[in-house]
Design a binder for this molecule. Sequence first.
Ligand code: OAD
Length: 279
Amino acid sequence: MLSPAVLHRIKAAAHVCVFTGAGMSAESGIPTFRERTEGLWAKHDPLEVATPEAYKKNPQLVWDWHVHLAEKVRKASPNAGHLAVAELQKFVSRVTVITQNVDNLHQEAGNRDVLELHGSLFRLTAFVDEVEASANGLTPAICPLCKGYAVWEHCDHFADRSDLEEIELAAGRVPRCPGCGALLRPDIVWFGEMLNPRVLEGAVDAADSCDVLICVGSSLEVEPAASLPYRALRRGAAVVEINPVPTALSATADASLIGKAGDILPRLLKQVWGIEIRR
Ligand code: OAD
């Protein structure tokens, strides 16, 4: 499966990055986004369910879509691929997982250093209108009254906004800050939004400093995440890709392993360190 040269580089690596996309969790029963018939974006228009504009216009629809996805994700368990990635921690001094997934399955499998580029389905944050916020000089903060919910520092000011009242009328079961009543949302990066700069910086540092990057189950169509494997390649890391179909990265990667994460990752561990992963 791996050439002797790539095998040697993995075995000698002090820092391995595992960069993952939706394909990593496909065998756990969570749909990917861009696959032609079963992908989430084949069935739903992302502009209607995954943008701040959509949430402002129809919070209930967007909230219900996320609740439906969260129900699928809650039923899922880490697959053999996730377990293999966690197992890497026994053989490599530093393993950083950089994931585009919002399903928490790498953490459930036991990975300790996980950077969630696109957030998490299981956290809420304030619904912040960034443009209006900066115009009004407001900053979101953790409200001591609300015990960990991210809300506005100036709740009353925010609650006075007339567009918020309109949203409240339409909101139904959409979550609200129990302290100030402000609209909350899933802590996920929606289309057109910036990534959390601290998380992105951590991911760039990891891609720049790793000896090996293993890219698993991503179409590499979404920036800035998609640039990270190329960045590692340019910095001299060995890049291994795992995907059932070739991507734009396949031709330049040091190894392109065609197959499913749950098959290939355990085989990679067996070939490099001679260990078996149980399913
Ligand atoms: P995509 O749906 O774009 O791509 C999934 C990739 O996984 C494809 O290349 C498949 O060939 C591959 N794949 C399918 N089954 C697999 C398996 N069993 N093992 C390994 N690979 C498999 O998903 P992402 O690249 O993750 O953003 O998409 C990136 C972002 O686009 C997502 O994070 C999401 C979406 O809009 C947000 O939600 C913010």
